[in-house]
Design a protein around this ligand. Structure first.
Ligand code: SF4
Length: 483
């Protein structure tokens, strides 16, 4: 990496450090994030733009950055060319997200030459040395690069950049990570909220970069999470989604008896109308969690349970810690105990060495579980992961062919399920006018199915109403208001 190009070098990413266990983990409580007068003055009459790639954890991080900008007296703009500060919050999990992100960074160049003073790249991409190297060498208009662990210090870094005449600043500390409390926040949605319950991951699935980019598993204290959820209930929020890379492992690092089952139960008792969580690792999906889900009607029965592959050898190569039979047994147990359960999943095709027979085991798994939705991915090596050392020996042609067969297989079950909903009435949390058809409103059922229905009644936004399904497409339903 060419350090001489960095004007204000603080630290660069290091994957070896990122692997280290977080023995000296700190839970740092800050009562308030003080935005100093310098930043408040700077922010007056200025606008910020944030583009977010990736998962809900990134969406939540962007809400926190937006909250900090609000405290700086800045206002949000939806137009990149209107912004004084552009922030691109990045995702390193898939190659196409990284490619899109680089396209977006390129787009900022012309804006930097006009109004924009700060072009900041934050998030998981910044934790990978090769990506930071590429940004430093290819995109001179980017003047702030911050790793995931710098989020609590965003204002300090910004302040330093501004006081140093906008000279490029890079601060990426590859480490296990800490837990901070009481972030300011600008929530994107007034009735659906994301709440972090933990950060990082200890699983180190061989293909995954997340444990390197987000650090080790570290849980927030139960009381802090419950306080945040309670406030959301008081504010009238209708749905809370608890976030973590592996929520089922919540509390294991705390040594105070906290478990995900206990947390889920306490939040369900706050009477939030809809409680969701993501993501679950099948390895940690214990019986007490299943029992709590079954017990509380306000815990939604649509659960994301990534399988990744249906073949035991591939699962072993992926380091997933379960096999196809134990996954099936878990699904059977959940179905027995949780009436109305619907399952979604993640699947990777074309992992190194995957044979036709092994891929067909994945199709068999899809036929067995009958997922109601799925995220499907073509394998791409993530630099620095153990799997990246394997030869990526499944050709692109075969990967695409398997991908298409997988999607077809999934769509058969997704369509069957959607068809089975026709004629029935479902509770729908109304989002508002549909993006593509102003005559229709959209919302989601408890099963997380997207429903469009005719309405112009803006007062329905954020309410849970009954909708009768009259027809179905693979990925959405058409309905009419029932009452
Ligand atoms: S459980 Fe595996 S796939 Fe999920 S974040 Fe952790 S390492 Fe990545």
């Amino acid at each position: 990496m060419k350090k001489k190009k960095i004007d204000n070098f603080i630290s660069l990413p290091c994957l070896a450090n990122a692997r280290l266990k977080n023995d000296d983990q700190n839970i740092i409580h800050r009562d308030c994030f003080v935005v100093d007068d310098f930043l408040k003055e700077y922010g007056k009459n200025k606008k910020y733009f944030i583009r977010t790639f990736g998962c809900q954890a990134n969406v939540r991080d962007s809400e926190i950055v937006a909250g900090l900008f609000d405290k700086m007296n800045m206002t949000q703009t939806e137009k990149m060319d209107d912004a004084d500060i552009i922030v691109i919050n990045t995702c390193a999990v898939r190659e196409n997200a990284v490619d899109k992100m680089f396209g977006e960074i390129g787009q900022c160049k012309s804006y930097r030459q006009k109004k924009c003073q700060v072009c900041a790249i934050i998030g998981c991409v910044c934790e990978q040395p090769s990506n930071v190297d590429k940004i430093l060498n290819t995109y001179p208009h980017v003047n702030l690069i911050l790793g995931t662990h710098e989020l609590p210090y965003f204002c300090d870094n910004l302040s330093s950049l501004l006081k140093n005449g906008y000279k490029r600043l890079v601060n990426v500390k590859s480490q296990g990570g800490s837990v901070f409390e009481n972030f300011p926040s600008h929530r994107q949605n007034k009735y659906k909220a994301f709440v972090n319950i933990m950060y990082g991951c200890n699983k180190f699935c061989t293909y995954c970069i997340v444990p390197f980019t987000r650090g080790r598993e570290r849980s927030r204290l139960m009381k802090d999470i419950i306080n945040e959820c309670n406030e959301l209930v008081l504010q009238g929020y209708q749905e809370i989604t608890l976030l973590g890379q592996n929520v089922n492992a919540y509390g294991k690092d705390l040594n105070d008896g906290s478990t995900f089952a206990k947390l889920l139960e306490q939040i369900a008792n706050l009477n939030i109308p809809r409680l969701r969580f993501t993501t679950s690792h099948p390895f940690d999906f214990s019986d007490d969690i299943i029992d709590v889900i079954a017990k509380y009607p306000n815990i939604m029965k649509s659960i994301h349970l990534p399988v990744q592959s249906g073949n035991d050898q591939i699962l072993r190569l992926m380091g997933r810690r379960y096999n196809s039979q134990s996954y099936r047994d878990l699904v059977d147990k959940m179905r027995r105990k949780i009436p109305g359960l619907t399952l979604s999943t993640d699947i990777i095709v074309g992992f190194p060495n995957e044979t036709e027979e092994q891929f067909e085991d994945t199709l068999k798994m899809v036929d067995y579980v009958k997922y109601e939705s799925a995220f499907t991915f073509i394998y791409s090596p993530r630099c620095g992961t153990p799997a990246a050392k394997l030869i990526d020996n499944v050709s692109d042609e075969i990967k695409h062919e398997r991908f298409n067969r997988l999607v077809k297989c999934l769509e058969k079950h997704i369509s069957n399920y959607a068809n089975s909903m026709v004629g029935n009435v479902f509770n729908v949390l109304v989002d508002g006018p549909s993006k593509n058809n102003p005559l229709m409103f959209s919302g989601y059922t408890e099963e997380n199915k997207l429903v469009h229905f005719p309405s112009k009644n803006l007062s329905l936004i954020g309410k849970i109403i009954k909708v009768k399904i009259i027809s179905s497409h693979t990925y959405s339903l058409i309905g009419e208001i029932y009452e």
